[in-house]
Design a protein around this ligand. Sequence first.
Ligand SMILES: Nc1nc2c(c(=O)[nH]1)N[C@H]1C(S)=C(S)[C@@H](COP(=O)(O)OP(=O)(O)OC[C@H]3O[C@@H](n4cnc5c(=O)[nH]c(N)nc54)[C@H](O)[C@@H]3O)O[C@H]1N2
Ligand SMILES: Nc1nc2c(c(=O)[nH]1)N[C@H]1C(S)=C(S)[C@@H](COP(=O)(O)OP(=O)(O)OC[C@H]3O[C@@H](n4cnc5c(=O)[nH]c(N)nc54)[C@H](O)[C@@H]3O)O[C@H]1N2
Ligand code: SF4
Ligand SMILES: [Mo]
Length: 754
Amino acid sequence: MSNKRLATRTCPLCEAGCGLAITVVDDEVTHIRGDLDDVFSKGFICPKGSTLKQLHYDPDRLRMPMVKLDGVHRQVSWAEAWRAVADGLTNVINNHGRESVGTYLGNPGAHNLSALIFNRVLLQAIGSRQRFSASTVDQIPKQVSSGLMFGSVSSVPVPDLDRTRYLLVLGANPYESNGSLCTAPDFPGRIEAMQSRGGKLVVVDPRRSRTAAQSDEWLPIRPGTDALFLAALANTLAEDGLQVLGERLGAYLVGVDEVVAALSPFTPEAVATTTGIDAQTIRRIARELRDSESAAVYGRIGTCTSSFGTTASWLVDVVNIFTGNLDRVGGAMFPLPVAGSDNTRGTAGVGKGFRTGRGFSRVGRHPEVLGEYPAAAMAEEIETPGDGQIRAMVVVGGNPVLSTPNSVRLAKALGDLEFMVSVDMYLNETSRFADVILPPPSQLQRSHYDLALLTFAVRNVANYSEPVLPLAPETPDEWEILAKLSAIAAGLGADADVSAVDDLALDSIVRGATKDSSSNVFGRDDRELVTELSKSGRRGPDRILDFMLRVGPFGDGFGSVPDGLTLDKLIAAPHGIDFGALESRLPEVLRTPSGKIELAPSSLIKDLVRLEARLAETTEKAGSGQMVLVGRRHLRSNNSWMHNIEVLVKGKNRCTLQMNPDDAQRLGVNPETLVRVKSRVGVVDAPVEITDSIRRGVVSLPHGWGHSVEGTQTRVAKLHAGVNSNVLTDEREIDPLSGNSVLNGIPVVVEPIF
Ligand SMILES: Nc1nc2c(c(=O)[nH]1)N[C@H]1C(S)=C(S)[C@@H](COP(=O)(O)OP(=O)(O)OC[C@H]3O[C@@H](n4cnc5c(=O)[nH]c(N)nc54)[C@H](O)[C@@H]3O)O[C@H]1N2
Ligand SMILES: Nc1nc2c(c(=O)[nH]1)N[C@H]1C(S)=C(S)[C@@H](COP(=O)(O)OP(=O)(O)OC[C@H]3O[C@@H](n4cnc5c(=O)[nH]c(N)nc54)[C@H](O)[C@@H]3O)O[C@H]1N2
Ligand code: SF4
Ligand SMILES: [Mo]
């Protein structure tokens, strides 16, 4: 008799967090579909969701560690791998000190409960300031602007998608990406529902993306100029008079007059030429936003990965405020995360605030931001001799060789390290440089809770997934890998006990909460709470999650809140628990020293001077091969690492350089030929795709491709290699306020290849 069961779990591949219903027969996954009963996604999935099965069974996915000997990776036992890590790391630390160990934490860590809890432990154990992550090629500008304005880097207002009547989207393409910093399974369906109830979608994007194609109005902006467009929207609103702020928002704001004054140069007329959007349109959009029953402005990758990433992110919320839409139904709202958010801890309404620059990187003198330095500075920190030079790297779930700027330089630098360890399930473009690769179990063999992404959800929901398949015998879970690495970095050796690391991690979290006078366990005996938590037999992130749920805003407070949430209760609800639509959180959500929304942080006001200078520059030079490069995402792709799944890569080549027909004609480029693209830092040859869905003067190449390098073990991806767009992006170009890389709006020259 075969043993058939149905399991549910949240898809960990992108931020939408869809519920999956997984059929398992005798511990073999036979089928994955959308979970119709999931409280949030209600059956929706994209083509990637069902490929967790293919990912699990992918023969190239590493099941055992690898150690590199004489340039070749070979499979070893876990014991041997741990000895190699202990030797390698200890040597570097003993010879060069802790600062010589760098870390890079990649994107999948934001979708992974083990990493979300134990990466922090690892960073502490390593004890180096040389910390880098995918945050600085992504969302850190929004976190900085939120930190400065609202006092917490996780207080990112999200569009109240299900109730809004007007959505202005800048530099995001949720029809392909399924949304980001706005957790909303079936984002497209929610947009269409808004349109059916009479709402309007406006998309600002140099490309007529799938989202732009669905919009009621598409504004093909010049790359890199969103901050100017947003400044002009705010300028128009201020000029018309800000009565709309009224008492509701007015009472919580400081710095209104200062912002209004600083925005005065940015009239719609002043920005029209540079942005490519005429003054009349800018004024009209500003007034539509203000006069709509409700409206939200939402900016993502296109606004963040620009030289004015932080300023644009701030201006998004300035416009949300100037139209009266912050923190109200149908506007831009603050979620109330069920677990783990720093805006549900500490005194409500006031806090220490946020600052950057508590230290500077060694070579480029980049300010520290959220405890890290720009990923773009990683190569120089490895190459440049002197005290604190990076000699060893620990990479957890990241592929910076494909995802960070000037990849050629970074790849060379990684090759020159004394020691490198990757925690990764593939031998790929980055992990091929690792002396030791430690593979985590597959996505189906671990528990899950979207601790990070539910912080940005358009409804307050909680959903826990138990592992669908068991771990192979003698195989560590990812948290055990991270805990062991931590112990080794702390000098405890290859045989160190991971449960001691786990206990310490839990103890420090519990102690913190019992000392927080606003916590529902304030003043309780921390030993007693730890004992209570441990009764379940849970270890690692599950035990810590239980604690986070119980001290969260819906938690049981270990008995102090009858009917409150615990992990047991969440497990008993396999389709998740919906705590309802977003509700107003001002002023309680604030953690600024003033207890107000800081509308005019000095660093942002100062950056407007730099922004004004941008008005004088032109991005496109007519009559030459000079173009600006932007990226794009495709529904069937996930950054750099799902290209080894045949069903996702088969069919026509998607790694093409999109170009407008007028530019193609001007440059003598013929359809379906190869073109050469050159930037300050590199050159790639890519097949051209001539399409009128892109603005003149702009070309687009997706990132995450370029799988033809030597020494990897990704057989399918190699057959669909594509080219690496980050060979072209420039590591010198960063947003000075956040350290984020400029990945869009790269000056390039495009030439036909004859
Ligand atoms: N299928 C799929 N889904 C994903 C991912 C994936 O790789 N594939 N990655 C996930 C990750 S890590 C993230 S961060 C999110 C990102 O989610 P999104 O922010 O939605 O990312 P993109 O789809 O890259 O959309 C960015 C858009 O910005 C446009 N753009 C480029 N430059 C500019 C500019 O200067 N101004 C404006 N206004 N627009 C510009 C591009 O043309 C593109 O359409 O997606 C997540 N979801
Ligand atoms: N030009 C350009 N570059 C970009 C972007 C862009 O829009 N344009 N987007 C940027 C963005 S938004 C992001 S988020 C970054 C992503 O940058 P990275 O995080 O550096 O790269 P990923 O492609 O996500 O690679 C993830 C790695 O983790 C491994 N992995 C997958 N799951 C797990 C897991 O559960 N545990 C562990 N330990 N490893 C795992 C994969 O095998 C892969 O090697 O790329 C950025 N780069
Ligand atoms: S949209 Fe994202 S979370 Fe949903 S199935 Fe696709 S990859 Fe998974
Ligand atoms: Mo990302």
